[in-house]
Design a protein around this ligand. Structure first.
Ligand code: URA
Length: 437
């Protein structure tokens, strides 16, 4: 067996003592872990040391670069449309929230302005849903594409949403699975390097980050969310990706649906020029940032939702991946309504509680290998700020497994806070914009 250049126990002790890791140590650590030389329990100990001691900017950049180097890098610099004209690329990444279906209307909207959107997405784990689970509610739609198919679709219609191949940042795949079961997910250096290694390896020219703040997000407060946003924007910028972040509220679910088929349905409403105002506002803000990063300024993105131009791209994008955009979506077998317990202003519908309720009803999975129910989820009938009357429907629970109603109902009932008629909750959605410093 080959002799290793370093000793992992020394790496763990160095970080545990709060010292920084040298570039050589970081490169070796990621490589040795990917090769299986560093054991899972050793990497778990190192993650916990990083969780408590943090990493400086140079360490985070090197850790990210080492994870990128563990796999393939995609290159869209030669991408052209069917007429052979070069195409700029722009992508969006959300740090995860409840009812966050924005990718669905956003990708075709941006594509409709001639900017290519290579949106590599994942499946949901825990209370936040996954874009691929949502799209798989559409009969026939296929998430797995080869790199060649992805390039061909981007060239043809400028939008693709598909599963990230196993070749992108394999070190992160291993590391993220380990962090998930060792209580080390919520570390800013580890989240930033995990997300950005995949996005930089993906090769997009422009990246817009939607960093969620609030009860339904990884980052519960604005200070931490801002630090995560700044860390990721700096990593992207230093790697030559045009990167900007929006800090957005995730105390309340986005829109009126949390689930799979029901989120597709709401996205189609947005693409048809309707839908909830918060989903439209965020879709338009992110589209404007993506287009500006790709050099497209002064365009009316709302108009492209209203006049059917983005819908056209959606239909072609879904069809190209085997889906039928006209097919009826799956509907849950059972439903139960939750009513307002009092008169007044609805002040709160806690995103975490609603997310866990949707997950409990079958919209999400507890383990990677579990299947999701396409029709399950929570449909909301009111949002914070609304005046409600006692006995008015606030939410409908949807599932094929009615034994889940009791727990989900308790969560949704517990998520509500009703104040007096004069109370006004803060319903601001976009908190700030973070650019490189
Ligand atoms: N999403 C990721 O890809 N990585 C993290 O660490 C957290 C969210």
């Amino acid at each position: 067996m080959a002799t290793e250049a370093y000793d992992v126990i020394e790496v763990i002790r160095t970080k545990r003592a709060g010292e920084s890791l040298s570039p050589e140590l970081i490169d070796w650590t990621i490589d040795a872990y990917t090769r299986g030389v560093i054991a899972e329990e050793q990497m778990a100990a190192l993650n916990m040391a990083i969780f408590f001691q943090g990493m400086n900017r140079a360490e985070i950049a090197r850790w990210t670069a080492a994870m990128i180097a563990s796999g393939e890098r995609m290159d869209f610099s030669t991408l052209t449309d069917r007429q052979g004209r070069p195409l700029a690329t722009a992508d969006k990444h959300s740090t995860g929230g409840v009812g966050d279906k924005i990718t669905l209307p956003l990708a075709p909207l941006v594509a409709s302005f001639g900017v290519a959107v290579p949106q590599l997405s994942g499946r949901g784990l825990g209370h936040t849903g996954g874009t691929l689970d949502k799209l798989e509610a559409i009969p026939g739609w296929r998430a797995e594409l080869s790199n060649e198919e992805m390039f061909a679709q981007l060239s043809e219609l400028q939008a693709v949403i598909c599963a990230a191949g196993a070749g992108l940042a394999p070190a992160d795949k291993k590391l993220y699975a380990l962090r998930d079961v060792t209580g080390t997910v919520e570390s800013i250096p580890l989240i930033a390097s995990s997300i950005m290694s995949k996005k930089i390896a993906e090769g997009t020219g422009t990246l817009v980050l939607d960093v969620k703040v609030g009860s339904g997000a990884f980052m519960k407060d604005e200070v931490n969310a801002r630090e995560l946003a700044e860390t990721m924007v700096n990593l992207g910028t230093d790697a030559g990706v045009n990167t900007v972040a929006l800090l957005t509220n995730m105390d309340t679910p986005l829109g009126l649906t949390a689930g799979n088929a029901i989120e597709v349905e709401e996205s189609v409403e947005v693409l048809a020029g309707g839908g909830p105002e918060d989903v439209v506002e965020l879709t338009c803000a992110l589209a404007t940032e993506m287009l500006a990063g790709a050099g497209v300024h002064d365009v009316d993105v709302r108009e492209a939702l209203r006049n059917g131009r983005a819908m056209d791209y959606w239909r072609r994008m879904i069809s190209a991946q085997g889906g039928d955009p006209d097919a009826s979506l799956p509907v849950a077998a059972e439903s139960q309504t939750i009513y307002a317990p009092a008169d007044g202003t609805l002040l709160k519908l806690d995103a975490m509680d609603i997310g866990v309720a949707a997950w409990t009803l079958g919209a999400g999975r507890a383990r990677k290998e579990d299947a999701v129910q396409a029709g399950a989820g929570v449909r909301l009938h009111a949002k914070p700020g609304a005046q409600v009357r006692r006995g008015q429907p606030i939410a409908t629970l949807l599932t094929d497994t009615p034994e889940k109603f009791e727990r989900a109902a308790a969560l949704v009932e517990g998520s509500m806070l009703i104040g007096t008629e004069n109370d006004r909750p803060d319903t601001r959605l976009i908190i700030d914009r973070v650019a490189a410093n």
